[in-house]
Design a protein around this ligand. Sequence first.
Ligand SMILES: Cc1ncc(COP(=O)(O)O)c(C=O)c1O
Length: 502
Amino acid sequence: MRSYDLAELLLTELHRADSPHANAPLNRRLYHTMRSTILAGHLTAGAQLPSTRDLARDLDLSRNTVMSAVGQLAAEGYLTAQQGSGTYVSDTLPDQRPLTPASHARSRQAEAESTNSRDLSQRGSLLTQSSGSQQFEVQPFAPGAIEFTDFPIQLWQKLQAKYWRSLDRDLLDYGQEGGYMPLREAIAQYLTLSRSVRVKPEQVLITSGTQQAIDLTARLLTDHGDEAWVENPCYWGARRALQSAGLTLRPVDVDAEGIAPSAADWQRNPRLIYVTPSHQYPLGHVMSLQRRRALLTFAASRRCWIFEDDYDSEFRYTGRPFASLQGLDEHAQVLYSGTFSKIMYPGIRLGYLVVPPDLLEAFNTGLYDLYRPGQLMLQAALTDFITEGHLNTLIRRLRVAYQARRDELARRIQQCLGERVRISGQDSGLHLCLVFDPAQHVDDEAIAEAAEQQGMTVRPLSRYYIGEPQQRGLIIGYAYVPTERVVPWARKLCELIRQRLN
Ligand SMILES: Cc1ncc(COP(=O)(O)O)c(C=O)c1O
């Protein structure tokens, strides 16, 4: 597209006095204008953008202003920069539409958009720009969802009742910085033994889950506009937390050995690197030792931080769980995060962040002042659950159940779809990833939508990419379907996929 054509398209909108972004800085106004032009289809997929120099000239703006807007759109996946050949409008836009046709999801989206166009801050706009996973129904094969047949509910009730009966008033207070000390001790011991994490109890901070740990880390260790690396494809929760903290995301490719920075990536100076080394989300690869070492050496040379999200490594079906990346770290640059969302239940909202000793004071203060701790009754009950051995028993039981479900699902996929698909990341966790042969040009979004209509929730792999999806496939969770129901549901899902592949 010629520069003055694009400038003409953008100029009226850019200077509209009644625009909701009229008072925003120019780079943000340009960003919003370009983004809505893309979403309205006026700038179509594949269209090449003029150079930032030409565009700056024709819009009568500084080149920095244009580069800032274009850079943000590229980080969010609206534009794709191809080295040496220019910048293009992405073929696949980042999450915009809810996948489910459910009307509540639509109305929430509409509501978010209308609020958005009133007076949200830049941070607020960034946060609400793309849809989150809450718009997916929880039904068979929903990734990340679990069901509770194996959860010892009565035991859990008993442990909590014990504390409510004793009514220790201290447990009704906010509690200490960092959380309930006996729980921090129990987690430190668990992590030392099962995850080879190098940790003392005071380094363990109790969080309300991974999402809070990412948010706190971004707030305390990065500044607006800093570069953060995320795996591409990436966990949507991390992406959105980092993005809304104002970081410039740099999507870094993933291969069978985990995050795979290119030669150009290794030349850069990120401030934070977010990784899932034990079970890459969503592809499921385990980061190789060589890659772990390379990443740690790089982080030491750049003095940047690594955030290790170890969200589901308890469920490893072949061999022992892999040791953590943090356990290899000689320079105290890794922040290690874990969660009870998968082992216990997501609504418990308890997780932990292990921070390097020299950051402890800052993180304790940040956690206390920003979010106020509490829920000590729950933390006390969880401490007993761990120290009395129930957590390990539960993990062992769930591992057996989930492995059986995964086996049934994988068997059915192989029988029904054979060589036409590849299964990735099935050795651990609660989901597997079905990857389609690129030559078949399968529309994973259409399959996910069709599955949704038949009462199943699978997620299109393409949605997890920033920019052009490199692969298409489906993320299929197996923890939510009771073992005896896996076969009929898997048959239904495989049949649906088979029809679309033909
Ligand atoms: C990659 C990843 N990290 C973390 C989590 C859990 O986040 P939280 O502890 O905030 O529930 C999930 C949940 O699905 C996940 O997929």
